[in-house]
Design a protein around this ligand. Structure first.
Ligand code: ATP
Ligand code: MG
Length: 373
């Protein structure tokens, strides 16, 4: 598979598209920090523990892949201990009913296996099966103010796109739940997309405050770092963030024809000469970036090849690049789908491992909080 680490993306990528809240999110700072982290990971992978996850709300897409999934597999293969959470309780943050939860959980698992998540090296588990993790939510809730949660830009954005008419307590406390997700295993490295940076800030705050209040000088929880990929905010076919819930995504599991149709319908602009200019031409640039990521080239290079051939040529190049890149992933996915018993066993073992870790962390938390009688 293409090595994203070899890709040299220009400094100004999608994160800087007009109207984005780059500065608020601190994306530039996080990018610089990610480069430093990469060096440390290569030198000492054993120092890091990764926790990331996805909500089982639909099929994983290329935004997930290039934003976080590729990094997870890369870190796993570098020898970093890796936990992958299927965040089933968090599905209810922005909807009343979780449709086809079992189907989506299985779909996520298939996507993970197809892209190279190895259950022997990575622990894959679901929220609902790990009670001690969820119990961390209580002390953590006491460490943040309502004002801090109200200010969180990701919560605001998620509320704006919510399917509910009012904001539930679960939605409002989403980042605190995420702190429990990350800290239950003392995760110190979180490969995420740009939208998750404000959430991670809250996790860091909670870890710091917990240590200050209960640690008696010791560090109970690490303050985790976000690890951004070269594509921390991939746009969908409508020019907005590619997202499961917004109908603008190209799923990893989509067929070659479906992919071609989706890319054909992608929004572009009226300028015939194709250039990589994320600030002024976000849609065209996003397509160029997608082809570049699949072909391990720079977006400028892809643009130079297309020149004045226009949007139709661009879309042909992108379709071919995506379908070629995903063909082996799709083939592996189809193979894994034939053995559902194996999928259930992977989850059962992952849940067992996660429960052991969560129980031990909760015992430690109860001890430092003087809750053991
Ligand atoms: P939903 O619409 O249900 O919220 P989503 O597509 O936003 O789904 P999540 O499950 O919320 O996906 O996100 C999982 C992970 O994928 C997070 O780390 C997030 O930052 C990352 N991610 C999601 N969309 C993108 C994207 N377009 N570009 C880069 N990373 C992304
Ligand atoms: Mg989301």
């Amino acid at each position: 598979m293409t090595s994203l680490s070899q890709l040299t993306t220009p400094d100004r990528a999608h994160a800087d598209a007009p109207g984005s809240s780059t500065d608020v999110l601190g994306t530039h700072v996080q990018r610089a920090r990610s480069a430093v982290l990469e060096e440390q990971i290569r030198a000492e992978p054993g120092r890091f523990r990764v926790l990331t996850g996805d909500r089982p709300t639909g099929r994983l897409h290329l935004g997930h892949y290039f934003g976080t999934l590729h990094n997870r597999v890369r870190l796993q293969n570098l020898g970093v201990e890796t936990y992958v959470l299927i965040a089933d309780y968090q599905v209810l943050t922005d909807r009343d009913v979780a449709d086809d939860m079992a189907g989506h959980v299985e779909g996520l698992l298939l996507d993970y296996l197809a892209i190279g998540v190895d259950p022997a090296r990575s622990t894959v588990f679901t929220h609902s099966a790990v009670p001690a993790l969820n119990q961390l939510l209580l002390p953590f809730l006491s460490l943040v103010s309502v004002a801090e949660l109200s200010r969180n830009p990701t919560v605001k954005d998620e509320i704006a796109h919510s399917r509910q008419s009012s904001v539930s307590g679960l939605m409002f406390t989403y980042p605190v739940h995420q702190a429990a997700d990350i800290l239950f295993c003392k995760g110190n490295l979180v490969p995420v997309g740009q939208d998750q940076l404000p959430h991670l800030d809250i996790t860091r705050t909670i870890a710091r405050r917990f240590n200050d209040r209960y640690g008696a000088g010791a560090t109970v929880f690490p303050q985790p770092d976000a690890l951004l990929s070269p594509a921390p905010l991939l746009l969908g076919t409508d020019g907005a963030k590619m997202s499961k819930s917004r109908g603008n995504a190209i799923a990893l599991a989509a067929g070659a024809d479906e992919t071609a149709r989706l890319i054909k319908g992608a929004r572009t602009d009226s300028e015939r000469h194709i250039t990589y200019d994320p600030a002024n031409r976000p849609e065209v640039s996003s397509l160029l970036l997608l082809a570049a990521l699949c072909q391990d080239r720079t977006p400028d290079d892809v643009a130079a090849d297309i020149g004045s051939a226009g949007a139709a040529a661009l879309k042909r190049v992108v379709t071919e690049a995506v379908n070629e890149y995903l063909a082996p992933v799709r083939a592996r996915r189809a193979q894994y789908a034939q053995d559902r018993g194996h999928l259930r066993a992977i989850l059962r073992e992952g849940n067992e491992r996660a429960n052991a870790v969560a129980d031990s962390t909760l015992t430690e938390v109860r001890t430092v909080m003087n809750n053991r009688y």
